[in-house]
Design a protein around this ligand. Structure first.
Ligand SMILES: Nc1ncnc2c1ncn2[C@@H]1O[C@H](COP(=O)(O)OP(=O)(O)OP(=O)(O)O)[C@@H](O)[C@H]1O
Length: 213
């Protein structure tokens, strides 16, 4: 097993006195694609925000080793910047060249690069948010509902990219309700359930896709 790049131990979080996360423990290793599934409101996005450092846990640990790139459930594209400039935020930060963007071509959004976010479809905005995250330099990629709104070809492309990232030694953590697609790429899937949420099942590669949830 590879080195753990995401480590969550006994993580607890309450909002307004109500416990949402009731002691979550999970990990994602170098070279792994790990899924998190669970009903609406279980606390999956809260877990992602704690890993990102934008929410503070009440107790327990949530660690990311190395550089993190993240796609939130909301696209958070800057409305006053064209897609190209949105995509290039990370690249320019590192002094990179933004003229040719192969990832935009691969995700089939290259013809929209001169448009503003409000001028393109929801699926195109989603792919732009994903492309922006992929253009950062990272060890760990966390994707919160990346497949929502994507057409079949775009989903297939994104799943191929995710597999390649894992093969190149990144850890990829995906929150998704799209179980069939998630199970195609995940090495392990954590099932969260209940209020407060706990991990009720861990599905391994060999069990995935067999109606195990
Ligand atoms: N900042 C906050 N303040 C108060 N309550 C919050 C806050 N953030 C999340 N919650 C509550 O915590 C619960 C878990 O929300 P969260 O968005 O993490 O769930 P989720 O599993 O990602 O849901 P979904 O599948 O619908 O995306 C919800 O009841 C939500 O209203």
């Amino acid at each position: 097993m590879g080195e753990a790049l995401v480590l969550v131990r006994n993580l607890e979080k309450s909002f307004s006195g109500e416990k949402i996360l009731g002691g979550i423990t999970l990990e994602a290793n170098r070279g792994e694609v790990v899924g998190i599934v669970g009903p609406n409101g279980t606390g999956k996005s809260t877990l992602v925000k704690i890993l990102a450092g934008v929410e503070r846990p009440d107790s327990g640990e949530a660690l990311v080793r190395g550089k993190l790139s993240l796609v939130y459930q909301e696209d958070y594209l800057l409305p006053w910047k064209r897609l190209r400039d949105n995509l290039c935020l990370g690249l320019r930060f590192r002094g990179g060249d933004c003229d040719s963007l192969p990832i935009a071509k691969r995700l089939m959004i290259d013809r929209f690069l001169d448009k503003y976010p409000k001028e393109v479809s929801g699926g195109t905005r989603r792919k732009a948010a994903i492309a922006r995250a992929l253009l950062f330099d990272f060890d760990v990629l966390i994707l919160d509902e990346p497949l929502t709104g994507l057409d079949t070809e775009s989903k297939d492309t994104l799943l191929s990219i995710i597999e390649e990232l894992a093969e190149s030694g990144k850890a990829v953590l995906i929150v998704s309700h799209q179980l069939e697609e998630l199970f195609r790429v995940a090495h392990r899937v954590y099932v969260l359930n209940g209020r407060p949420a706990i991990v009720t099942k861990v599905l391994r590669k060999e069990e995935l896709g067999k109606g195990a949830v």
